[in-house]
Design a protein around this ligand. Structure first.
Ligand code: FAD
Length: 592
């Protein structure tokens, strides 16, 4: 596999030239003091170095060795504990953390880029800090001051990690079915009993303690999702003075053997009367956990992008060197026995599709991150509310579309290498195996699509959709008179999405199956349109500089490719949406 090169130039372009983040940061009180363009560039460069030099070299060996379970103890592959120590000591675990508890207080727009680099380097490795950061966010937002003071500093420091214990054997998507129980104790703690499956980072040898966030039900709790509470359950109990005490009554029963991310420990966790503390009010657990899940959902989307980027870097390097056949227009490198495969139209189609989806995805995930920053830091209530609404609308799109495109790009990257993409030597097959889980965990992409079409679009009567669509219309109408080659097809895509949204709102009133029948294709039309908006904004930022620098010329060429060859996918998707649900119910269960 090629050496991973952090795409710092593109990250700087997106942040500084497309979104002009320093103007936003300067207006936001919590951020103005901690970050500016120069600091951001230095942080990203350092994150690129640790990703390339320390984390990426463990990708292949981690996949081959995997995690091992021995009598309840889990060992990560060789090199992981030392790399994790370097990561934690570098302060990377607390980049986005609250300064009150020892975090660095960096904006999400920065931590999103760091997540991309770490996950491009090694997705299995990236999961451990990602879950910890998500757990910290949930604790910060919902735990008592005492719990925050006791747990957050060590979690930001990376000496303790976090896990998220939702899934049970009979309860995955439908968490209302969980059976784990929590019994209140006289001292204010709770006793937790139950078994969780598929818990990423539930047990490992990277940190001194693991702080599990566990969903469980209190005695007499309402049935279903309304009766779920959230508990903090440490692997090792923490004494009043902050030192580590006895082992808690919980253990890892086994780890899963799986398709990819083999260096991430996926654990069965047994809570056998473990001591825990409630986070937030009784029966409010799912809402509290959603703070963590929303954070993880953008993070999982970024994992998809990260794999696509790594696959693209390998594929481009290979396509420049591998020689096979002559270009259709005649020899391009006649001194060689054949031309490099990058001359062939179909190889260029694959490479450009990858590049267009990756760079569009990077801009889109950064855009969502900027909304998160505005929602968190703005003093203007209207701006805050608007940003929160955009985050609610765009989170399922970010999770599902970035990961669906992540699989597509890794598959293109594998195909660029032909048979060499299928064998282990070149690393492309690992990226395909690793990225697949991103479409499944954190709520399958089918469930994300239902969230978008059902809760966000139909649930708001189309109001959230109109917020985003009107921003795009404002951009095309006001910002870029000389960008017609991009703004016209972008407007046409928004027309299509307007029409589909109206169709969905109308059909959902009469037939409950219509939302679920339309949702995946609807989300994809939404995603391609959102990327078109990103590409129009990138073209605007690059247009006047294309003669100066290859970077901008390449941007403009890729923008043109996106509008010519990728965006038209929305037409067939729209036809599928409008075909409705009838054809899905022509067979009864026995006829399948
Ligand atoms: C490697 C790995 C790591 C994981 N890490 C964690 C973790 O750290 N913590 C944790 O708690 N969980 C974790 N999970 C669990 C993961 O989040 C679940 O597997 C996932 O949410 C789906 O649940 P399920 O497997 O039970 O599938 P099911 O819920 O049984 O779904 C099966 C299929 O039915 C579809 N479906 C279900 N309900 C509906 C519906 N209402 N409408 C339409 N379609 C529906 C789903 O989309 C899916 O296609 C992990 C899983 C894996 C494999």
């Amino acid at each position: 596999m090629s050496v991973y090169k952090a795409p710092l130039r593109d990250m700087r372009f997106v942040l500084n030239e497309v979104f002009e983040v320093s103007r936003l940061w300067a207006q936001l009180p919590g951020l103005a003091e901690v970050i500016d363009e120069e600091t951001a560039a230095a942080i990203l460069e350092e994150a690129g170095n640790i990703s390339t030099d320390i984390i990426a070299p463990l990708l292949r060996s981690g996949d081959e060795q995997g995690c091992t379970w021995n009598d309840g103890e889990v060992s990560t592959p060789d090199g992981f504990p030392a790399a994790y120590r370097a990561f934690a000591e570098g302060g990377w675990g607390g980049v986005g953390g609250d300064p009150e508890f020892g975090g660095m207080g960096m904006p999400k727009a920065i931590s999103a880029q760091i997540e991309e680099m770490v996950n491009s380097a090694n997705l299995s490795f990236g999961l451990y800090p990602m879950l910890t950061a998500g757990a910290c966010l949930a604790l910060k937002a919902h735990a008592s001051q005492e719990l925050k003071e006791r747990y957050l500093p060590n979690m930001y420091a990376g000496t303790w990690t976090g896990s998220m214990c939702l899934t049970e054997a009979h309860a995955g998507t439908d968490l209302g079915l969980i059976r784990t129980k929590a019994e209140p104790q006289a001292d204010g703690s709770y006793t937790i009993r139950g078994s969780k499956i598929f818990i990423s980072g539930g047990e490992h040898d990277l940190s001194e303690n693991i702080i599990h966030l566990v969903l469980a039900k209190l005695p007499g709790a309402p049935a279903g999702a309304k009766g779920i509470s959230l508990f903090l359950v440490p692997k090792v109990l923490v004494n009043a003075d902050g030192s580590l005490g006895d082992r808690n009554a919980l253990s890892c029963g086994s780890i899963e053997h799986k398709m990819g991310i083999k260096a991430s420990a996926t654990c069965v966790m047994n809570f056998d009367g473990a001591t825990g503390w409630i986070v937030d009010a009784p029966n409010k657990g799912l809402a509290a956990m959603f703070t963590m899940m929303n954070y993880e959902r953008l993070g999982v989307g970024i994992q998809g992008l990260a794999q696509g980027e790594r696959s693209y870097q390998n594929a481009v390097e290979y396509a420049r060197e591998r020689i096979q056949s002559r270009a259709p227009t005649g020899p391009q490198e006649s001194e060689k026995a054949a031309d490099p495969i990058i001359v062939h139209p179909d190889v260029r189609r694959m490479l450009l599709t990858m590049k267009a989806l990756n760079e569009g995805g990077r801009a889109f995930s950064s855009y969502v991150a900027l909304q998160l920053d505005t929602a968190k830091y703005s003093e203007d209530e209207t701006a805050r509310t608007r940003a929160q609404e955009l985050v609610a609308l765009l989170t399922p799109v970010a999770k599902a579309f970035l990961t669906d495109m992540g699989l597509e790009t890794t598959l293109h990257g594998q195909m660029v290498l032909g048979g060499h993409g299928y064998i282990r030597e070149w690393g492309q097959e690992q990226l395909v195996r690793d990225v697949r889980i991103t479409q499944i965990y954190e709520g399958t992409n089918g469930i994300q699509s239902l969230d978008l079409a059902g809760r966000k679009i139909v649930g708001s009567g189309g109001a959230l959709y109109r917020l985003f669509a009107s921003e795009i219309r404002h951009f095309t109408a006001n910002d870029c008179a000389d960008l017609g080659e991009f703004t016209q097809p972008l407007n046409a895509a928004v027309d299509t999405l307007d029409e589909l949204t109206a169709w969905l709102l109308d059909r959902a009133q009469n037939n409950p199956n219509e939302i679920g029948a339309a949702s995946v294709e609807y989300l994809h039309v939404f995603g391609y349109t959102a990327y078109a908006y990103m590409w129009a904004r990138m073209a605007k930022a690059a247009m006047d500089k294309q003669a100066e620098d290859d970077f901008y010329a390449s941007k403009m060429g890729t923008a043109r490719f996106y509008f010519a060859r990728v965006l038209p996918r929305i037409h067939s998707l729209s036809a599928s949406v409008k075909a409705g649900s009838d054809s899905l119910y022509l067979l009864d269960a026995a006829q399948f």
